[in-house]
Design a protein around this ligand. Structure first.
Ligand code: GLN
Length: 199
């Protein structure tokens, strides 16, 4: 069974751990650098990217995570986790920093300040079945992707139609929405399969 860590500094850690367990992984919270040694993959949960960025430095996790990413460890980031995986952030705080992750530009809180959260159907390529019932909570979207980044999903309805909300670059996966909150385990299974294939 693949061992998958959930970065447990802030955010919806428990929901991701439960989704990973349901998808066939041994899920473990990660707070200390040495805990990373035992994992085959990592999830960065939704929460607040500025806070997560600060805590990553306080807990001395930045360098070890960057090193594992460079060595090919699969990582899945949802919402704030997507922001942490982006090489460029618009509307971020000047001091927030992500990992050396996916070559993309994301815009924080992109769906509009007045709209705190909304739901929309999103099809994710590579995941069979109905579109995801995607839940967005003060979510980012992806404005630009670089070479080697595969766009997996876009919003299909409403004023944000066409916006990129799911991407993959090699072993790195990111979504603007929160599949961990809806009981739909297909995306976590997709990630567990990715971790198995990388191992
Ligand atoms: N707006 C948050 C941020 O900037 C992300 C929100 C979320 O993860 N639900 O990090």
């Amino acid at each position: 069974m693949p061992v998958i860590g959930v970065l447990a500094l802030q955010g919806d850690v428990r929901e991701h751990a439960a989704a990973l367990a349901a998808a066939g992984a041994d899920a473990r919270p990660i707070r200390r650098p040495h805990e990373l040694d035992a994992v085959d993959g990592l999830v960065i949960p939704g929460g607040e990217s500025t806070t997560i960025s600060k805590l990553v430095d306080i807990f001395e996790l930045r360098e070890p995570i960057d090193k594992r990413i460079a060595a090919g460890m699969p990582v899945y980031g949802s919402c704030a986790g997507m922001i942490m995986l982006a090489t460029e952030v618009l509307d971020g705080r000047p001091d927030q920093r992500g990992f050396d992750g996916i070559t993309m530009t994301v815009r924080r809180n992109a769906f509009g300040r007045q709209v705190d959260s909304f739901e929309a159907p999103v099809e994710v390529s590579g995941v069979e079945g109905e579109p995801f019932h995607a839940v967005f909570i003060r979510a980012p979207w992806v404005e630009r992707v670089g070479d080697g980044v595969e766009v997996l999903g876009r919003v299909t309805e409403g004023p944000a139609a066409g916006r990129i909300v799911a991407v993959r670059q090699g072993n790195l996966l990111a979504t603007s929405f929160h599949p961990e909150l809806t009981g739909d385990r297909r995306l976590h299974r997709y990630f567990v399969d990715l971790v198995r294939a990388a191992g």
